[in-house]
Design a binder for this molecule. Structure first.
Ligand SMILES: C[S@@+](CC[C@H](N)C(=O)[O-])C[C@H]1O[C@@H](n2cnc3c(N)ncnc32)[C@H](O)[C@@H]1O
Length: 378
């Protein structure tokens, strides 16, 4: 079986490298559209890859009558997500932000408060001095990328954080900013050799998109500069400053409206959450013998896990997954540099119906695809 277990086995992600607001809003529309018809007493059954937990837990905010299965190969990622869940149950949004180290709570003056918050949720894994959202290997590499970009491009690129309106930012990017050093930085950083050396240790995605790496990163970042205000964008702040510096930064888990609903649903144990440490394919295999409608999923958030698949696993994962889906279920995939060559029989591509939501994605590095499962295999 070809999955990438060895890279994905430690604490790689602590903040986010996906904008989960997209999945949340897709799920909302799916529910509102009437395509999701739940029988009385039937729970909305959601499956999500865990990551730091910030990509999974917000999915519980859409419907209080939810069962959420959160899965990862890495126990460290699962432990972090469990900590997030305990913290949401217990804390107001400001305390939650302080615990994790979101702005404005990132100076030394907040260390004591963070230590107290960790004690309140019996958390011994993390010490108060460390800012949790920057502890992941992925986030640490982005801090290095920010330093390198700053070295190559100088201070001029950071002007992007001065704008309060997207039209001004776009005008500056297209008409004033000299992109010579930016292009050099992209050429040095945006490629397989760089990412394999610093992070993936030879396990980086095997690209099958036709563009070169340079074209890919050039196009993806240009989209962000032209369309998403940098002061609000966590990914641009990580890329160019190494951390989230502005209080207006938007990450799904700390959006006030999202947080309030997550808290309501978790605090009162309305949403059932199950954490599973497993490889995705092994998980599907392990539950095949006890499948009935009550265990099948309505909504699947797969991150870019399939971009790391190869061979038969890549070809067959959707068919394998289909055994676990209710008819009409949605599968949200984030392709990163590689579109899996998968058998899509019995799935319809409904991405266009959600394209306005997808266009708001703050990371811009993923080709998001939404598949609807059509056929009942009872
Ligand atoms: C796929 S990663 C996000 C990757 C990120 N976008 C990147 O390319 O570096 C999200 C989470 O998926 C987990 N993961 C990766 N492959 C997996 C698999 N085959 N089964 C279960 N979880 C997996 C990782 O441990 C990680 O926490």
């Amino acid at each position: 079986m070809k999955t990438q277990k060895s890279y994905f086995s430690n604490l790689n992600y602590t903040l986010a490298n996906e904008d989960t607001s997209v999945e949340v809003e897709i799920l909302r529309r799916f529910q509102l559209s009437g395509n999701l018809s739940l029988r009385p007493n039937e729970k909305l059954n959601i499956f999500s890859i865990c990551g730091s937990g910030s990509r999974a837990l917000p999915l519980a905010l859409v419907n209080e009558n939810t069962r959420l299965t959160v899965l990862d190969t890495s126990q460290d990622q699962i432990d972090l997500a469990k900590m997030r869940l305990r913290a949401i149950q217990r804390f107001c949004l400001d305390d939650y932000k302080c615990l994790l180290g979101y702005p404005p709570f990132h100076g030394d003056v907040y260390i004591d408060r963070r230590i107290k918050l960790l004690e309140l949720i019996d958390e011994t894994h993390f010490v108060g001095q460390d800012i949790i959202i920057y502890m992941g290997r992925w986030e640490k590499v982005f801090a290095k990328i920010a330093k390198l970009t700053s070295l190559i491009c100088g201070q001029k690129l950071k002007k992007v954080f001065e704008f309060k309106e997207i039209a001004e930012q776009k005008k500056w990017w297209n008409e004033s900013y000299n992109k010579f050093w930016w292009n050099i930085a992209l050429w040095i950083i945006g490629n397989k050799v760089f990412f394999d050396r610093l992070l993936y240790k030879g396990k980086f995605v095997k690209k099958n998109l036709p563009q070169s790496y340079f074209q890919f990163y050039h196009q993806s970042y240009s989209y962000l500069f032209e369309n998403i205000l940098a002061r609000k964008n966590f990914f641009m702040q990580l890329s160019f400053l190494g951390k989230c510096e502005f209080s207006e930064v938007e990450v799904a888990e700390i959006k006030p409206q999202y947080y309030a609903l997550m808290k309501k649903h978790f605090e009162n144990n309305l949403v059932e959450v199950e954490f599973v440490k497993s490889d995705f394919i092994e998980f599907l295999d392990s539950r095949e013998s006890r499948l009935d409608d009550s265990t099948k999923f309505h909504f699947i958030s797969l991150s870019d896990v399939p971009s790391y698949f190869e061979g038969d696993v890549e070809k067959n994962f959707l068919q394998k997954l289909s055994l676990h889906l209710m008819t009409g279920a949605l599968v949200v995939l984030r392709h990163y540099l590689r579109i899996p060559d998968a058998n899509q029989e019995n799935f319809t591509d409904v991405t266009n119906y959600y394209s306005d939501i997808i266009n708001l994605d703050q990371v811009g590095m993923y080709k998001i695809q939404i598949l609807k499962y059509n056929k009942s295999l009872i």
